[in-house]
Each structure stands twice: as structure tokens, then as C-alpha cells.
Write a protein that binds this ligand. Structure first.
Ligand code: NOJ
Length: 766
């Protein structure tokens, strides 16, 4: 006891001056910045200030019909604060030179890009990354992305995308971390840390932009850009925390979402941009709109361009992406008293502060280092890491009779429209990906095991039947081979190859462009034409493995019933082909766990594990009872629950125990569980802890993830894991939006997924 006190005293006496020193250094740095910006702004005209609020596109990747024109001339006129979608040190240097050599005040430009899941070295899509449940690993992918992107001239990324989504019809579910608030918040923080490091002005760190603020993933009917209408309970408890976590983690900027939130589109939503973001959360950075989102307020029905631009600025938005509404109307609005000088000044100040923090005033060419561009992009260690990460992101959904892993011997038939397309591997938002050197699964497999295994290949089917659909699904040059012969002929060829093999690998699912922005779908099954191929392959009697490419939870009832093994490989990035080969042939044991529920059918959507109980929950052991909350035609169960994923080994959970059944306010208790590897090979397991608040002043979800640990166990090895539970873990926003825990009973669940858990109970004391 004494020793502890002495230790604490020693800690306090050494830590306090260090803390005070740190605060002083920050204060001095802030003062220095303010002095610099005050001096600069005192020289700026209104036009120059408004110019800083203008973000143009360099046009390398566009996500709307508008493109920026006369960019050079606008830079010279002091009408550009930032440019995105322009890369390479040479091009960026050229634009920056105009800004710092040919404008009156020589203010440097900030250069952004959608660096979403890697840069040239592309990692798995964010939804897949989240399935690793490995925060240091996710952080490291963001670190590598920043290293490569800054080597190519950039200093600002439009990431992390932290939109919670519980609707797999929405194509952009692929860009986020799935359905869970807790996991999504941890990932948001890790990514910001990875991009920004601890010093934004370093040559290899870049500013993060949290998006899409807010609630973009809750678009009605899963249709992109659609309206969102949401209660404050759901907003504060489920959807807002990941944005807040990214901001608490220091993210320098925020992007507005396109959608209408409870009647006011986010880009004009003062409550969101000012009251929540700045007043409640203390955000100090700047807010940028999404692509032409100010102009889109006209179609939302809020007025003409001048009106909506003023609305947006007054709501608390600082930078206007592509649409130039701020540039062309704010001065007039100022004269007419529709916006205030102080509002323009504040917006300009925040943009300048970001540039200052990035070190651009000190050296505008800090990120234009040709030497780094040659040496730090696509480094062998980055590619090696991409392969490792991809291998951990795949989710083994089914593995009957240990169909997988395959032996490195005999003959394998690799069939399907996605088997031989490297362009499909990186997935959505991989605009800078090194497509030319991204191998297809066939190419990787041949290179890695081709001398031990005979690999036969045939297309087997088209991606989708309809050519127009295929065109929509392969935009941006992500071609998928297509064969115009009659379907029977294509299938016949595949079947004859399958018959000559020991095992069939069916590479099926979605193309990368069937997911992501503006790629919502209402039918979440594997396209029919591919299914017909699968039927034919199964009929051969050969063991079939479905190697499933997808950017969202798909509906897989039939496949789950009929195909012996299913490995979901998402879109795994530059090294996906090698990583899939590693897993299929057992060099890597799969460990990914789903972060979004797979429904049994589209009608169940939204389906998520942390739902409310309702007043008429199902009766224990029954999937249907009259006058209960259920369907006549399908149970309420998902096909695969949140947190689910198999391994080539098995794990057994036992002895869940709590250090105490009473948690005192301000104290903590410990939950422990023993996990044993009961199979015959080393494997990783994500051990998940869920809590249920049994009684509350408002209704509480049936389960909420509150902790997890990813562990590695040798065959036969057992580990006892402990999780600390504090009052903090039990807090929620009540109907008055007070964030507090309420005394009473709580259940604790621990298991390898959200469904298969063991339970215990404790009480939070007053
Ligand atoms: C539109 C997308 O919604 C957003 O995520 C992206 O950052 C911008 N376009 C810029 O490309």
C-alpha cells in the first residue's frame, strides 16, 4: 500500500511539470500561429479570403458531373485554397509554384486526395480491413498510405470514412467499418493516428478528413445520397460516436455528407456543423463540403446558389468542394448582409491554420520530393504488408469436411468471371492503385503454387447477364472479361475442366464497381448467371470452394446450403491474389470476423446484432410465434452474425467469471474467460465482449460490443483473457442527451461472435 502511494506521488511530481511544460509548448505554438495568421489576414482582401475557401479538382478522379476549369488562372487570381485529385511531385510543384510565386500574398495550396485504403500499395477495402479487428495493423495501413501519398506530393486525405451502416444495399458500406459503433470508433481513431502521426508538419504525415458528417450510411432504402431521418437516441448512441472518436483523435478536417438529415441537408445543417461539431465536441479544424454539395442544396430545395452558399457558410462550413458557390456569391451576400465578415474571416482563418499546421508556410514544397516518390512508393515491405493484411481480412464463412485448406498437389480448376482480373482486386476507391502490376488470382496462384499444382482455368460465366449492367459495373476501366458465346457453351467448357480436376475454385461475386459510391443494389444475391454456373459446377460432384468477391454482406442462403466451402475475400488490394492463394493452400490460417451482419434475405434489412428487444421479443427457442415481433416466412436470425468467422482450427470458450458481481461507481470489475485452441494448427481468434443494460430510463440494445482481443494460440494451448469493465463502458445518452451510466443489472457476454456467447451478470451500484 505504502509503496503504491509513494509510486503515485513520484509519478505525480515527475508528471506534473512535464504536463505543464507540454501545455506551455502548445500554448506558445498556438500564439506563434495566431500571430502569423493575424498578420497575414490583415493584408488579405475579401476576395483573397473567399479564395481560400475554394477547393478545386485536378481532375484525375472525379465523382460528379462538374469538373474544375481554368485552374491555373484561378490560382493566379488567388481564388484557390486547395486542389484535390492532382498527384505527383512534378504536377503539384507546378501548381504550388503558381500559388507561391505568382499571387500577391504567396499563400500555399493544400493538396488532397481520396487515399482511402492505401495509395499505390493498396490494402483491402475498409470493410475488409475492419474484419481484421487488428487496430495496430489498421493504423499501420494508414501510416503506409500516408508515407506513399506524401511522397507523391499530397498532404490531405479524405479519410477515414466512419459512416456506420446497417444496410448492405448501400454500396458505400464497403468504404466503412461496418455496423458497430464501438469497433467503428476504435478504427476511426487508429486511422487518424496512422495518417497524422503526432506532428502534422512532418514530410510524411498528412491531414485526415473525417467523413461523411453525418449519418450518410443511414440513407433510406440503402439508396445513395438518399434522405436520413433519425431519432436523437440512435444518432447519439449509435451513429455519431465514430465521428467524435476521430475528432477526439485529432482529425484536422471534416467532410459534410450529401444527405438530408431530419429535414436539413448536412451541408446546410447548422445544428450539426456548429452546435454538435464545434460547441459540443470542441472541433477546431475546418469543414469541407463533399463534391458540389453546396450546389446540390438547390436540388434539395433550399434556394438558389447565392442562398445555399450563404446557408452553408452560416451553418459552419469553411470550404466548398468543386461547386464554386462560395467563390462566386459570398462577396455579394456580404454586401447584402446575408453573411457576415466575421464568418468569412473565421472560415479563412481555419483553412490557413490547417496549412500552417502542415508546415506549408515554412516550406510549400515540403511534400514535393521526387526522390521520395521514387523510393517510398510500392516498397517491397509495403507490398509484403499488404499481403499479410489481406490474408487477415478474409472471412471463412463455411468449411464443411475441412474442404479447405487445399493440398499443394493434384489439379485445381479455377473458374469464374473474377478469377482472372487483376483490375478487380483493389476494390472501390483505389484511384492511385498500381493496377498494371496487380495480379489476378489466376496469375498469383500460378506464380506461387503453379509448379506443384496443375491449374486449369475457364471463364465459366459472365459477371452479369445484361451487358448494360456489366458496363455500369465495370466503370473506371475495371474491366471484367466477357464472353459473348451462348451461356450453355461457356458453362460446358467450365464443367469439362471441372471434371478433370480434384477441386473446383469458383471465383464469383461482385465486381469492384458494383460496390462503392453510387452502387446501391436491391438484389444482394450473386448474379443469376454466375449462380447457374455454380449449380453446374456442383453437379460435377467435385468439391467446390466459393471464393467470394464482395464489397458488402451478400445474401447467400442457397450457397450456404449447397457449397461445401465459402471464403469471402472482399477486395483485397494489390496483393490480394497472393493472399488468397496463401489462405486457400493453408500457408495462412483465416482469422477475419464479420463486422456487418449477413442477412438471410433483403427483406430483413436493416438487420444488426445490437437491436432493441421490442415489447414482443421472440420466445426462447422459437423462431415464430403469433403476435410476436417476427416474420411469417423467415426467422429473425441472420445467415452469418456480426463477429462471425471460421478458422482452420477450432476454439473452445470456458469459465467465464467476474471478479465481483457488484461494480461500484468509479470502480471496475474484471471479466475473465479461458480460450483454448482445440484443433491441430496455430490460429488467431478475436475474443469479443458484449454488454447488455437490462433496465434503463430508455430502451437499451440486446447487446453492445464493449471490448475485444485478438489472440494467437498454438494447438492445444489455452489462455485466460481478462477484460476490465468500468462505469464508462456502461454510459449512454439518455433522452435528455445526458451521457451517464444508470445503476442496475447488466449482462456480460463473451464469445467468438455476437451469437455464440457465454453469459454472466453484475450490478452497477449507486
Ligand atoms: C464524393 C465522395 O462522396 C467523397 O467520399 C469523396 O471524398 C469526394 N467525392 C472527393 O472525391
Amino acid at each position: 500500500m505504502k509503496a503504491t502511494c509513494l509510486f503515485l506521488l513520484a509519478l505525480l511530481t515527475t508528471a506534473a511539470p512535464a504536463l505543464a511544460q507540454k501545455k506551455k509548448t502548445v500554448a506558445t505554438a498556438d500564439q506563434k500561429m495566431n500571430t502569423f495568421i493575424n498578420a497575414l489576414m490583415s493584408k488579405m482582401t475579401v476576395d483573397e479570403k473567399i479564395g481560400q475557401l475554394n477547393l478545386l479538382t485536378g481532375g484525375e478522379a472525379t465523382t460528379g458531373s462538374a469538373v474544375s476549369t481554368n485552374v491555373e488562372a484561378k490560382i493566379k487570381n488567388g481564388q484557390v485554397g486547395g486542389i484535390f485529385s492532382l498527384t505527383t511531385p512534378a504536377r503539384i510543384r507546378k501548381a504550388q509554384e503558381i500559388a507561391v510565386n505568382h499571387t500577391r500574398l504567396k499563400i500555399p495550396i493544400i493538396f488532397g486526395q481520396d487515399v482511402i485504403h492505401g495509395y499505390k500499395t493498396t490494402f483491402p477495402i475498409p470493410l475488409a480491413l475492419s474484419c481484421t479487428w487488428d487496430l495496430p495493423m489498421i493504423q499501420q495501413t494508414a501510416r503506409i498510405a500516408a508515407t506513399e501519398a506524401t511522397a507523391d506530393g499530397l498532404n490531405w486525405t479524405f479519410s477515414p470514412m466512419v459512416d456506420i451502416s446497417r444496410d448492405p444495399r448501400w454500396g458505400r458500406i464497403s468504404e466503412g467499418s461496418g455496423e458497430d459503433t464501438y469497433l467503428g470508433s476504435q478504427i476511426a481513431k487508429a486511422m487518424v493516428r496512422g495518417y497524422q502521426g503526432d506532428d502534422l508538419s512532418k514530410y510524411n504525415t498528412m491531414m485526415a478528413c473525417v467523413k461523411h458528417f453525418a449519418l450518410y450510411g443511414a440513407a433510406e432504402a440503402g439508396r445513395d445520397y438518399n434522405t436520413t431521418d433519425m431519432s436523437l437516441d440512435r444518432m447519439y448512441n449509435d451513429y455519431l460516436p465514430p465521428y467524435k472518436a476521430a475528432i477526439d483523435g485529432g482529425a484536422g478536417s471534416v467532410m459534410t455528407s450529401f444527405n438530408d438529415i431530419n429535414g436539413v441537408p448536412a451541408t446546410a445543417n447548422k445544428w450539426l456543423m456548429t452546435d454538435v461539431l464545434r460547441k459540443q465536441w470542441g472541433f477546431k479544424g475546418f469543414v469541407v463540403t463533399d463534391y458540389t454539395a453546396v450546389n446540390e442544396l438547390i436540388d434539395h430545395g433550399l434556394g438558389d446558389l447565392q442562398t445555399v452558399s450563404a446557408l452553408s457558410l452560416n451553418a459552419g462550413v469553411e470550404m466548398d468542394m468543386v461547386g464554386e458557390g462560395f467563390l462566386t456569391t459570398l462577396k455579394k451576400s456580404l454586401k447584402e448582409g446575408r453573411v457576415k465578415q466575421q464568418q468569412i474571416d473565421q472560415a479563412c482563418r481555419l483553412v490557413l491554420e490547417a496549412k500552417y499546421k502542415l508546415g506549408l508556410f515554412e516550406d510549400p514544397f515540403r511534400y514535393c520530393n521526387e526522390e521520395r516518390a521514387k523510393t517510398e512508393i510500392l516498397k517491397p515491405e509495403h507490398l509484403k504488408y499488404a499481403r499479410e493484411v489481406a490474408g487477415q481480412s478474409f472471412v471463412l464463412l463455411k468449411n464443411e469436411n475441412q474442404t479447405l485448406p487445399l493440398k499443394k498437389a493434384g489439379t485445381v480448376a479455377l473458374i469464374g468471371p473474377l478469377a482472372n482480373t487483376g483490375a478487380n482486386m483493389p476494390g472501390t476507391w483505389s484511384v492511385n492503385s498500381d493496377l498494371a502490376n496487380t495480379k489476378s488470382l489466376l496469375e498469383s496462384m500460378t506464380a506461387l503454387v503453379g509448379n506443384q499444382v496443375k491449374i486449369l482455368h475457364s471463364l465459366g460465366s459472365n459477371l452479369v447477364e445484361d451487358t448494360a449492367y456489366q458496363q455500369r459495373a465495370t466503370m473506371f476501366g475495371r474491366d471484367i472479361p466477357r464472353d459473348n458465346r451462348p451461356e450453355e457453351e461457356i458453362i460446358k467448357e467450365a464443367v469439362s475442366i471441372a471434371k478433370k480436376s480434384d477441386v473446383v475454385l469458383a471465383a464469383l461475386g461482385e465486381s469492384s464497381e458494383m460496390t462503392g459510391e453510387a452502387s446501391s443494389r436491391t438484389n444482394l444475391e450473386i448474379p443469376d448467371v454466375q449462380k447457374r454456373l455454380l449449380h453446374a459446377l456442383l453437379k460435377t460432384g467435385k468439391p467446390v470452394v466459393l471464393v467470394l468477391f464482395s464489397g458488402r454482406p451478400l445474401v447467400l442462403n442457397w450457397e450456404n446450403e449447397n457449397v461445401p466451402a465459402i471464403l469471402n475475400v472482399w477486395f483485397g488490394g494489390t496483393e490480394a491474389g497472393a493472399a488468397i492463394t496463401d489462405v486457400l493452400f493453408g500457408d495462412v490460417n483465416p482469422s477475419g470476423k464479420l463486422t456487418a451482419t449477413f442477412p438471410q434475405n433483403v427483406g430483413q434489412i436493416p438487420l444488426y446484432y445490437s437491436h432493441k428487444n421490442t415489447g414482443r421479443p421472440l420466445q426462447e427457442g422459437k423462431w415464430f410465434s403469433k403476435f410476436r415481433s417476427n416474420y411469417l416466412d423467415v426467422s429473425n436470425d441472420p445467415l452469418y452474425p456480426f463477429g462471425y468467422g471460421l478458422s482452420y482450427t477450432t476454439f473452445e470458450y470456458s469459465n467465464l467469471s467476474l471478479s465481483s458481481k457488484a461494480l461500484k461507481s468509479g470502480g471496475s470489475i474484471t471479466a475473465s474467460i479461458s480460450v483454448k485452441n482445440t484443433g491441430s494448427r496455430e490460429g488467431k481468434e478475436v475474443v469479443q465482449l458484449y454488454i447488455q443494460d437490462l433496465v434503463g430510463s430508455s430502451t437499451r440494445p440486446v447487446k453492445q460490443l464493449k471490448g475485444f482481443q485478438k489472440i494467437s494460440l498454438d494447438p492445444g494451448e489455452a489462455k485466460t483473457l481478462t477484460f476490465k469493465i468500468t462505469e464508462e463502458d456502461l454510459k449512454f445518452y439518455n433522452t435528455n442527451l445526458k451521457f451517464a451510466a444508470e445503476p442496475g443489472d447488466f449482462k456480460v457476454y463473451i464469445g467468438g461472435n455476437s451469437r455464440d456467447v457465454t453469459a454472466s451478470q453484475f450490478t452497477l451500484m449507486k
